[in-house]
Each structure stands twice: as C-alpha cells, then as structure tokens.
Design a protein around this ligand. Structure first.
Ligand SMILES: *[C@@H]1O[C@H](CO)[C@@H](O)[C@H](O)[C@H]1NC(C)=O
Ligand SMILES: *[C@@H]1O[C@H](CO)[C@@H](O)[C@H](O)[C@H]1NC(C)=O
Ligand SMILES: *[C@@H]1O[C@H](CO)[C@@H](O)[C@H](O)[C@H]1NC(C)=O
Length: 310
C-alpha cells in the first residue's frame, strides 16, 4: 500500500517536472535567436609573475598578440578555467583552481568569464548557449595556437557545471584535439534527455576527458561522459558534510544552493595541492565497489589533477 502511494507520488512529480520542462523549452526556443558575441566573453590571462594584472585577451584587437607576447611564459602549459550558471570568473570554482595551480608552479592560465550569458536566471537559456560560448572560446584557442603561443597538446580546460559543457563545445571547435578536458560535476538538467551528444561534454572533445561527479542525477549529469569518470562517495548528493536545501534541480544547479555540486571543484582544488588525496579504483558500478568483489584493486588512479590518461 505504502509502496503504491509512493509510486503515485513519484508519477505526479514526474508529470509536473515534464510540464515545467516543456514550458521552459518553449521559452528557450523564443530566446535562442539571441547570439552570444565575442564581446560578451572575457578571457583573462595570468601566470605566476602576473597573478593580479589579469591581462584581457581580446583577439579582435590587432595589437593583442604583441602585448601578450611580453608576458606569456612559453615554457609552461596552458590551463583554461570556466564557471557555471549564475556565476562568473570571480567564483571560487575558477579562483581557487587558478590560485592552487599558480601557487604550486607556473602555468599560463586563462579564465573564461561568460557571466553575461550565464547570469540569465532562466536556466535552459544559458544551458543551450554553452555551445555558442564554446565555439567562441575555440576561436580564441585556435588563434593562440596559430600565433604559436602554445600547441593543442599543451592545453587543459577545466569547467564546472555548465562550464563543463562549454569546455566540451570548445573542444569540438578546436582545429585539433586539446590534451585534456576536466568536467567538474557537469550540469545534468537538460543534458540528459533534451540535448544530444553534440551539446554535452563527451570523450570525443579532447584527447583525454576526466569527470568528477558529486551531485549526479540532481544538479549533475549521472552517466559516464569521459574516458575516466569519478564518483566520490557514490557521486550523488548529499556529499558528506552537505545538507541540500532543495532537491529542485533548477535551484540546486545554481551555485548558491548546491553544496554537493560545489564539492566537485573543492575536491579538484585539493587534488592540486595534495595529489594523492583521492585514491580511486576502477569499477564498473558503485554496486560493484560496495560489494568489494568485482573491482580491480590494482587499477589505481588519483582523482583530480594527477589523473593519468589511460
Ligand atoms: C576588443 O577590440 C576591439 C577592436 O579594437 C574593440 O572594438 C572592442 O571594444 C574590444 N573589446 C574589449 C572588451 O575591450
Ligand atoms: C609559427 O611557427 C611556425 C613553425 O615554426 C611558422 O611557420 C609560423 O610562421 C609561425 N607563425 C607566427 C605567427 O609566428
Ligand atoms: C587490473 O589492473 C592492472 C593494472 O592496470 C592490469 O595489469 C590487470 O590486467 C587488471 N586485471 C584485470 C583482471 O583486468
């Protein structure tokens, strides 16, 4: 009896959610005509010697390369870091990772701020726009490679939430595959059913794609997206220490609400400082892990920054 009630209850929720989604999709269709333009994005360059100056890379300015050449470090690799919904390059998801890298050693770091689009409260709009944002970001990357600042196999892009899909789209439009993309709890809503492979981060977007899931099935994408997908503490919310205020998917994606969703970049930041913090073993499922029989205990990776392409 109780079981039946529960099923009914779930069915009602599902119908409500589907109705909500349909209305949202209609709204997106109306707004999707809006183009994202290069001026809406901010690419800020920094390295160890220029941590604070944050040189603005404007590829439409003919003089940008001359200026950038004066400060670029040709010896080191490039990290590109971006944020999610209702967020910006000032968010901890971007700042903490950047600061952790530059505290450890030198890198060329470019933060991508797409808050002009990401700040749209109606989630499906920025979700759909991630594709165009990534396409423009790829123009910037292609330009840097063309001008010999770096090569594709020296580029690693890291994105949180919707930023993971921005990174995927960037990879799609790069002239060659970049070395690595890391998706930090890639946004789930919309990307599971409404948008296909070409819209979401997937393993074809870079030579190596690794993913950390921390709010899978709610704010985050549940399924496997990369070459190596990590599911700390089952990958689902609530993560230890988190009390989720709401299970409304749209609320949880927004940075103010998703403690588990934010945990992905906190773990990643820690893995830069402390590379052996998150020992992981290869399993086909969480069930296999819990049953402690089917996983390969000698197939070990350290989650986060130190992951080795397999
Ligand atoms: C980038 O450069 C172009 C061409 O000089 C200029 O029109 C535009 O305002 C610049 N954008 C920013 C954000 O400074
Ligand atoms: C970049 O390097 C290649 C190969 O060394 C060279 O042919 C090309 O002229 C360089 N391009 C620029 C813009 O310096
Ligand atoms: C377990 O992993 C190790 C290390 O990657 C590998 O050499 C071995 O073949 C794997 N064993 C099985 C049964 O897959």
């Amino acid at each position: 009896m109780e079981g039946n009630n529960r099923t009914l209850f779930l069915a009602v929720i599902l119908v409500v959610l589907l109705k909500q989604t349909k209305a949202l999709v209609e709204e997106v269709k109306e707004t999707v005509g809006i183009e994202v333009e290069m001026q809406d994005l901010k690419f800020k360059y920094s390295n160890r010697g220029n941590k604070e100056s944050e040189f603005l890379i404007n590829i439409t300015d003919v003089n940008f390369a001359d200026e950038l050449r004066k400060i670029w470090n040709y010896e080191v690799d490039l990290k590109i870091i971006t944020h999610g919904w209702i967020s910006s390059d000032a968010s901890l998801a971007v700042a903490n990772i950047k600061n952790a890298y530059l505290s450890k050693t030198d890198f060329n770091v470019i933060t991508l701020d797409w808050s002009y689009t990401a700040s749209t409260k109606n989630y499906p709009v920025p979700a759909v726009m991630t594709h165009q944002v990534g396409k423009l970001a790829a123009e910037m990357v292609n330009k840097l490679v063309e001008l010999n600042f770096t090569q594709y196999d020296r580029i690693h892009m890291i994105g949180h939430s919707l930023g993971a899909h921005v990174s995927g789209a960037t990879g799609t439009y790069c002239k060659e595959k970049m070395a690595r993309i890391t998706g930090l709890d890639p946004a789930g809503p919309g990307f599971m059913v409404l948008m296909g492979n070409d819209m979401r981060l997937d393993m074809s977007d870079a030579q190596f794609v690794d993913v950390i899931h921390t709010a899978a099935g709610v704010a985050g994408y549940y399924g496997v997206l990369g070459h190596a997908d990590f599911y700390p503490n089952s990958g689902k919310p609530p993560q230890p220490g988190c009390v989720e205020l709401s299970l409304n998917v749209y609320k949880v994606v927004s940075s103010g609400f998703g403690c588990s969703h934010m945990r992905s970049y906190e773990l990643y930041t820690e893995s830069i400082v402390n590379p052996k913090a998150f020992k992981s073993i290869k399993c086909d499922s969480w069930y296999d892990y819990e049953s402690k029989t089917y996983c390969n205990e000698s197939d070990i990776q350290y989650m986060g920054d130190p992951v080795q392409p397999t």
